[in-house]
Design a protein around this ligand. Structure first.
Ligand SMILES: CC(C)(COP(=O)(O)OP(=O)(O)OC[C@H]1O[C@@H](n2cnc3c(N)ncnc32)[C@H](O)[C@@H]1OP(=O)(O)O)[C@@H](O)C(=O)NCCC(=O)NCCS
Length: 167
């Protein structure tokens, strides 16, 4: 049984260790990290996954940041990083984290979610390639995926994804 919880400060070092383990070296050089610098994450959507045992090690995690999408006045969500420990992949932990976080995002009224990732994995969660959004280079345009969280949440959303500066 997997227990999903909101990330706390005490999870910090374990999350960094898990991300270093799950991703290739140099992950922080990815353009998506530039969009997160100096921006506060969306804390209620940052989740951890552990076995339902008080002492269980971290099995997976997911974080979200707000981002500016073109000239849209309100922010969209940037999904990621999301990671499952290599020894726990394929058990549905990634899907559980993504679905739990997107449900919370919808309950909170977020209009849209975007990410850089593999369409074959994310399409099961309703993400499709965006033909209207661009990311800072170097980003493969085929990996820019988006999903509305409310009806029409991506209507007219076009242009460069950039750091959310509050306006
Ligand atoms: C991507 C990741 C989070 C998925 O976590 P997970 O807990 O293994 O995911 P789930 O158990 O929910 O789903 C596993 C399924 O997704 C598939 N899958 C995983 N990564 C995939 C990818 N990049 N493209 C296509 N399918 C993928 C698996 O083959 C498996 O398929 P199956 O259900 O048909 O057997 C995990 O593989 C991971 O941490 N990868 C390294 C970090 C990373 O790349 N994060 C995403 C960055 S965009």
């Amino acid at each position: 049984m997997i227990r999903i919880a909101t990330e706390t400060a005490a999870d910090g070092w374990e999350i960094e260790y898990l991300l270093d383990t799950a991703f290739a070296p140099g992950r922080t050089a990815l353009s998506s990290y530039r969009l997160r610098e100096g921006v506060v994450p969306v804390a209620p959507l940052c989740l951890t996954a552990r076995d339902d045992d008080e002492m269980a090690a971290l099995a997976g995690c997911i974080r979200f940041w707000p981002v500016k999408t073109g000239s849209a006045p309100d922010p969209a969500l940037l999904l990621g990083p999301v990671a499952t420990h290599p020894t726990r992949q394929g058990e549905g932990i990634g899907a559980t984290l993504i679905l739990a976080a997107l449900e919370r995002a919808q309950e909170s009224g977020w209009r849209a979610c975007i990410l850089i990732g593999d369409a074959p994995y994310y399409r099961r969660f309703g993400f499709t390639k965006s033909d209207t959004l661009t990311f800072p280079p170097p980003t493969n345009p085929n990996r820019i995926l988006a999903r509305a969280l409310v009806p029409g949440g991506l209507d007219g959303v076009t242009g460069l994804v950039s750091r959310w500066t509050g306006s």
